[in-house]
Ligand binder design. Sequence first.
Ligand code: SAM
Ligand code: SF4
Ligand code: SF4
Length: 337
Amino acid sequence: MKNIVVDKLQRPLRDLRLSVTDRCNFRCRYCMPAEIFGPDYPFLPADKILSFAEMERLTAIFVALGVKKVRITGGEPLLRKDLPDLIARINKMDGVEDIAITTNGSMLKTHAHDLYQAGLKRVTVSLDSLDEERFRQLNGNRGKVKRVLEGIEAAAAAGLTVKINMVVQKGKNEQDILPMAKYFKEKHHILRFIEYMDVGNSNGWKMEEVVTKKDILDTIHANMPLKPINPNYVGEVATRYQYVDDGQEIGIISSVTDSFCANCSRARVSAEGKLYTCLFAANGFDLRALLQSSADDQVVKQKIYEVWNHRVDRYSDDRANHATRKKSKVEMSHIGG
Ligand code: SAM
Ligand code: SF4
Ligand code: SF4
């Protein structure tokens, strides 16, 4: 077995997304609609979730197969107790060049300092509107803009680089594109607009509800002229632009109208330890069972190698195909964004 693995489309394994919980304190309609993720929803019990020691072991094995970047996600990752402990374990690992988390920001003010102290350098905060009423509607009446903005400020003050993710949906928050762009331009944080996606089986996605990359760019460019800039590296998810006047960067993640499967190097491990090779996959390979067996690291590595080596996923490139769209998919809160 070689130390670098490529899949059937010659894509290397470079990024690992670790979900640390399937629970969340928000109920964003596009991810965990409240009527489905209600009080009786069968979230994973604590004894079915990977421990930090298991995540550390797995991460080291992924790194031995070529992973350089690790992103901690969820659910809401800051709901996981002692998260800085996991960050510290991964941060000290040879071969990890970048570690980041994606969070809804609601608890970031409390945790920013400890995360930074543990070695975290970057955080991505999701925020879909600056309007309190609209934000409440979008997140299922759970979160406040003020609290998220305080979290962003606390993270920046603690020394973390902050990026913002905004999912744009037609008829829901397109009017927030410009206010968000202006606000984060002034704050000098990179804002990334995400095309609304058909993740999971419960968000009722329709193509007509997608605000396209072109629409988003046109809206901003008409008010604050933009120019394209080169990617930082091959396979970067966001296409980058900067404002002509001050050079502040923004990004667009266009997995619907301009998909990027050809360079997708991301593996996802769910909180229960299943390995998914695509955000839109139906099934994952049970790594936790393997970790809890007598298998040594070489055996686990060999298995991950085989799974990645057989990978053919390119869902977004094939989304227009109706049969592809009809297949069952894992929920996004299960494996993270
Ligand atoms: N709870 C954390 C958060 O919201 O940042 C981390 C997990 S969340 C699943 C990761 C990212 O996925 C968020 O930026 C969220 O906005 C995005 N997301 C969730 N559902 C989406 C959808 N249907 N289309 C596009 N992005 C989505
Ligand atoms: Fe929670 Fe993030 Fe999903 Fe919203 S997008 S419901 S904050 S996991
Ligand atoms: Fe990667 Fe799957 Fe998204 Fe394509 S659809 S970019 S293969 S996660």
